[in-house]
Write a protein that binds this ligand. Sequence first.
Ligand code: NAD
Ligand code: MG
Length: 387
Amino acid sequence: MKKNLVILGATGSIGRQTLEVVENLAADYRIYGLTAHHQGALLSTQIRKFQPAKAVVTAAEQYQSVLAATPEWAGQLLAGPEGLIELVTDPAVDVVVSAVVGAAGIRPTLAALEAGKKVALANKECLVAAGELILAALEKEKTAALIPVDSEHSAIFQCLQAIAAPDLKQVHLTASGGPFRQFTTQQMEAITPEAALNHPTWQMGGKITIDSATLMNKGLEVIEAHWLFGLSYDRIKVVVHPQSIIHSLIELVDGSLLAQLGPADMRLPIQYALTFPERKGNPFSRLDLYQLSDLQFYPPDGARFPCLELAYAAGKAGGALPTVLNAANEEAVRAFLAGEITFLGIPRLIEQVMNEYDKGINRDLNLETILAVDAWARRVSRQYLPG
Ligand code: NAD
Ligand code: MG
């Protein structure tokens, strides 16, 4: 029987690639639900093509136009963030691809796990901001599962299938280093949003592209790895690898390294998250080994890219400090793209907000306190912004 699949954030970079993957897995999956925020027109096109049972448009002003653009569709259109919860907890749903961007992914991802669904996770922000809650839901619900989509975590997950858990010493997350890897601090002061949105190896949504340029993406991924694989922070290393061919490595107790390699194409990790523990053929591009003449590896430069260190610090401190880091980063990226702060203003703002947070405030982490800390960090971030 076909599995019913929901894609949260179907109109985004990961969402659209998931639809390509599923077209290739059509014998196993039915598109049951699709969601979008502002991109009502693209959602309408997807609804007409895939005829899902349900769709959700979270930005309310798009609701009528999506309805008007899908007159022959027999499914149900839901609205707002509550619509996401209703969709993922629908008893007919088997698998949820969590691919909205940012902390907006916390509630629906958590709700899907609490309803015992299998979740293919691209939305790393929900693990950063609410890792403890996600893990608790996973532990409680026997049928719930969390499979990584992020390419580095998929690489580690794939390598881990080959070993016994006690044999793992540590993991090495690879980072492309982004477009400004070789910039001096002075050059970095003048970075424009246009330059930062131009990633050397990956085609992605705007927010993660800026995160890749600041190395905050790698910082978020370090915290993501901590929760996904149950590793302390001293067992999670980062190595800059500009070619993005090795997607990450695991190091075993005897010194052996296992790596996963592939083209910079998210469709493979998306497909693996859906077919795991099986594998399926596909028509996607393959790596040409003869083209791999020069693979490079460097240590990350914490002085020029402070975001990575801020993320390690937040992760090690624990509690709700990663929630603060994540929310302040989302506000900082928004402000940078709007021309309100400079590129180097991004880590400065995040550090200011982290310094203001008193860890003692929220000892008791639950959904309500996490969302309150998220809102607090956004308010404080805005107070620091000019104008
Ligand atoms: P994107 O900006 O291209 O797409 C985001 C999707 O989320 C869109 O469908 C949008 O409509 C929806 N959305 C935006 N704001 C929302 C809100 N407030 N409520 C509900 N839905 C909302 O982003 P993306 O690049 O596809 O990234 C999605 C997630 O996957 C991010 O967490 C990112 O870090 C992660 N990720 C992306 C890639 C990649 O290659 N793009 C790789 C690894 C991980
Ligand atoms: Mg990644």
